[in-house]
Design a protein around this ligand. Structure first.
Ligand SMILES: C[S@@+](CC[C@H](N)C(=O)[O-])C[C@H]1O[C@@H](n2cnc3c(N)ncnc32)[C@H](O)[C@@H]1O
Length: 259
């Protein structure tokens, strides 16, 4: 056995925070809470964190665009706050002790590095080189100030604990497919396609697991988890996105899932 593997086998199960009630074998129900994740998800222990947070200021400012509408200059681009390094560390500090199996986080070159480094150094998690989603319909940005990326990065890590039966299996290192979504409403930047989130949910959780998404947006992770037979819980602090996600979840929305 390699040193790493024997360390893993010998590692005690990470202590879970007291007062939290992990709920198992829930079936495909979803709970979405309105507010800042750090305030509304403190009571959650999940099997997998699968999330798509804001990216760093570098990416957010790089995506800013200017257009003229009815003679007025309009600033377009990402309309929610970017994440700083301390923001990413705060996310890791809240959820590393509350995530049993997998950390799967979209990000840019900075936010993925900040998360992986903090998970490895402060929590001794196994980290992996970021995997990617290659967009088969990526549009080139002719006026960008650097290369036009057609891929998104996804940081993957897991705590040093024994894997479950059957959990050591093939997982793709690159998802490939279109970025278009079924959303017809303007103004939701960064929504992920359902096929992608379903593939990630299948790769990083098992049926009956609880998936948490602290940055739910229009709720694609929760919709995907439901479709794959997982329970899910999320937070969203923007009212319009929260209401849109609630409408998408429809009847499977189950408030107070964990109480
Ligand atoms: C990239 S979007 C998520 C999109 C989502 N994956 C989807 O497919 O709809 C990131 C979301 O995080 C939300 N957000 C940012 N900071 C937050 C926080 N501290 N707590 C909860 N939500 C937050 C933003 O309002 C935004 O909707």
């Amino acid at each position: 056995m390699s040193d790493e593997l024997s360390r893993e086998a010998a590692a005690p199960a990470a202590a879970e925070p007291a007062l939290l009630r992990p709920v198992r074998r829930l079936g495909p129900v979803a709970d979405l809470r309105f507010g800042l994740y750090a305030e509304v998800l403190k009571d959650v222990v999940a099997d997998a964190l699968i999330t798509d947070p804001p990216y760093s200021a570098r990416t957010h400012t790089g995506q800013r665009s200017l257009s003229r509408r009815a003679g007025e200059l309009v600033v377009g681009g990402i309309d929610y706050q970017s994440l700083s390094e301390p923001d990413v560390h705060a996310l890791v500090e809240l959820f590393a002790p509350r995530t049993r199996r997998w950390w799967v986080m979209f990000g840019d070159h900075l936010t993925t590095a900040w998360a992986l480094e903090h998970l490895a150094r402060a929590f001794d998690w196994y980290t992996f080189p970021p995997i990617t989603w290659e967009k088969t319909d990526a549009a080139p940005r002719f006026c960008a100030d650097g290369p036009s990326p057609s891929k998104e990065w996804i940081a993957v890590a897991r705590p040093r604990r024994k894997m479950r039966e059957g959990e050591r299996r093939y997982r793709t290192g690159c998802y490939r497919g279109p970025s278009r979504t079924s959303c017809r409403e303007p103004g939701f930047v960064g929504q992920k396609p359902e096929w992608l989130m379903r593939a990630i949910v299948r790769d990083y959780s098992e049926p009956g697991d609880l998936v948490v998404d602290p940055f739910a947006g229009r709720g694609t992770t929760l919709v995907a988890a439901r479709a794959e037979g997982r329970a899910s819980i999320g937070a969203e602090c923007d009212l319009r996105s929260y209401e849109s996600a609630r409408a998408r979840l429809g009847r499977s929305y189950t408030p107070l899932l964990l109480q």
